[in-house]
Design a protein around this ligand. Structure first.
Ligand SMILES: [Zn+2]
Length: 380
C-alpha cells in the first residue's frame, strides 16, 4: 500500500507536468498585480475544485492572498502549506524563453521558484482524494503573492496562520541535489554613514574632515567581522561618497549585507556594527539597520522534524537528505515563531532567478508521494 503510493504518483507524472506548464503560462511578476490576480483566480478555482474552503484577502499593491482549508473542523492543529505565486519575471519573459523539456528537465520562467512547488501541493491533495486516503486532519494552504519582494504585504497573515499551525511546509525548491533545507541563514542589512567636514581640497585641506577616509577605516573593520567558518558573513556591497573632485567630502556611506546561522550570532554582529566608533578626530559614524530576516535554525525541533520526514520517506521507499541555504524564505518567519517548519519541500532543480531555471521532472512525483505520506503519518 505505502510503496505503491510512489508508483501511483510516478504514473501521473505527465499530469503534473501539464499542470506545471499551465501555471507557468500565467506569468506572475510580483509587482504586476493584474497578472498575478489572473493566477490567483485560477488557483482559487483549482483549490475549490479540490474540496477546499477558500478565503480571499484583497491586496492593493500586490496580488490577492488566498487561504484554503480542508477539514477545518477536524481535530488537531493544521499542517499548512506555504506557497507563493509571484515570480521575478515580467510578463513577456515566456515569449522570449518558452517552456521546453530537455534531458528530463522542464525549463521556463518561474518553473522552479516556485510553480513546481504549487504543482506539488495541488497534486498531493488530488492524489490523496483519488485514492480515498485524505487524512482526517485540518490541512491549510496559504497562497501569497509577494515573497520575491520580501513578503512585506503578506507577513502579517503568514504570522497569524503560522501561529495556529502545527507544521508549516514551505514549498520552496529543494537544493539542486534534492535535499530539504533544514537551515537558512538570517539576513540583516545596514547602512554605515560617515560625516566629516567639507573644505576646499586646494585652499584649505587641513580644515576638512574626510568622510571617505573615515569610511575606509570603517570598511576594514566591517570586513574583519567576517567569521565564515561559523557561517557569519559581513559583506560591504556598495559604497558612495563625496560629490566634487576638488572638495574634501563631508559624507560617505557603505551598504552592508550580513548573513548568520543563529539569532545569537545575528545579535552579536548587530551590536558590533552599531558600536562602530570614528577613527578621525571630529568625524561621526551613523549606523542604520535595514530589513532583516531571522535565521531558520537547525535546532532540536528542526532535527526532530527532519528525522520524522526521513522515516516517512523510508516508509515509501524514498531517501531524504538535508542541506541548507544562505538565502531566506517565508520559512525564516514561521521558524522564528517557534512553529515546526520544513523548507525546501518543493521540486529539485537549478537556477533560481536565473535564465537556466529548470525543474527535474522526476522530482515532482517523488515529492508528491513524500508529502502525501507525510500528511497521513505526521505526528505533531
Ligand atoms: Zn520562492
Amino acid at each position: 500500500m505505502a510503496e505503491d503510493l510512489l508508483a501511483y504518483c510516478r504514473e501521473r507524472t505527465d499530469e503534473m507536468v501539464d499542470l506545471l506548464k499551465t501555471l507557468i503560462a500565467f506569468e506572475s511578476f510580483s509587482s504586476d498585480k493584474a497578472a498575478v490576480d489572473r493566477l490567483v483566480d485560477e488557483m482559487a478555482g483549482r483549490l475549490e475544485a479540490l474540496g477546499a474552503v477558500v478565503d480571499r484577502y484583497p491586496e492593493k499593491q500586490v496580488g490577492d492572498i488566498l487561504l484554503a482549508k480542508w477539514n477545518p473542523d477536524a481535530p488537531g492543529k493544521p499542517i499548512t502549506f506555504l506557497v507563493h505565486l509571484d515570480t521575478v519575471w515580467p510578463v513577456g519573459t515566456l515569449a522570449e524563453r518558452p517552456i521546453r523539456i530537455e534531458n528530463g528537465r522542464l525549463y521556463g520562467p518561474g518553473a522552479i521558484d516556485m510553480k513546481a512547488g504549487v504543482t506539488i501541493m495541488l497534486s498531493t491533495i488530488k492524489v490523496l482524494r483519488e485514492r480515498g486516503e485524505f487524512p482526517n486532519r485540518p490541512i491549510w494552504a496559504l497562497v501569497t503573492t509577494d515573497e520575491e519582494i520580501g513578503s512585506r504585504y503578506s507577513e502579517g497573515l503568514i504570522r497569524k496562520v503560522a501561529a495556529q499551525s502545527g507544521l508549516c511546509l514551505v514549498m520552496e525548491p529543494a537544493t539542486p541535489e534534492g535535499a530539504l533545507k533544514t537551515w537558512r541563514k538570517g539576513i540583516a542589512n545596514f547602512v554605515v554613514r560617515t560625516v566629516g567636514r567639507a573644505s576646499h581640497a586646494g585652499g584649505a585641506p587641513e580644515a576638512g574632515i574626510n568622510a571617505v577616509v573615515e569610511l575606509a577605516h570603517q570598511i576594514i573593520r566591517l570586513n574583519e567581522m567576517n567569521d565564515l567558518r561559523n557561517g557569519t558573513s559581513v559583506s560591504v556591497t556598495m559604497v558612495k561618497g563625496g560629490h566634487t573632485n576638488n572638495v574634501i567630502p563631508d559624507s560617505a556611506e557603505a551598504f552592508v549585507d550580513v548573513r548568520f546561522l543563529t539569532a545569537e550570532a545575528g545579535e552579536r554582529i548587530r551590536a558590533a556594527i552599531e558600536g562602530l566608533q570614528p577613527v578621525l578626530p571630529g568625524a561621526k559614524v551613523i549606523v542604520e539597520g535595514r530589513e532583516s530576516r531571522t535565521p531558520l535554525e537547525r535546532d532540536e525541533k528542526m532535527r526532530r522534524a527532519f528525522a520524522q520526514v526521513q522515516r516517512i520517506g523510508e516508509s515509501i521507499g524514498l531517501e531524504v537528505h538535508e542541506a541548507g541555504s544562505g538565502g531566506g524564505s517565508d520559512g525564516n518567519i514561521t521558524a522564528s515563531m517557534g512553529v515546526t517548519t520544513l523548507d525546501g519541500m518543493g521540486a529539485t532543480g537549478e537556477g533560481l532567478h536565473a535564465v537556466h531555471e529548470n525543474v527535474l521532472i522526476s522530482s515532482l512525483p517523488e515529492k508528491v508521494a513524500l508529502i502525501a505520506a507525510l500528511l497521513k503519518q505526521w505526528e505533531m
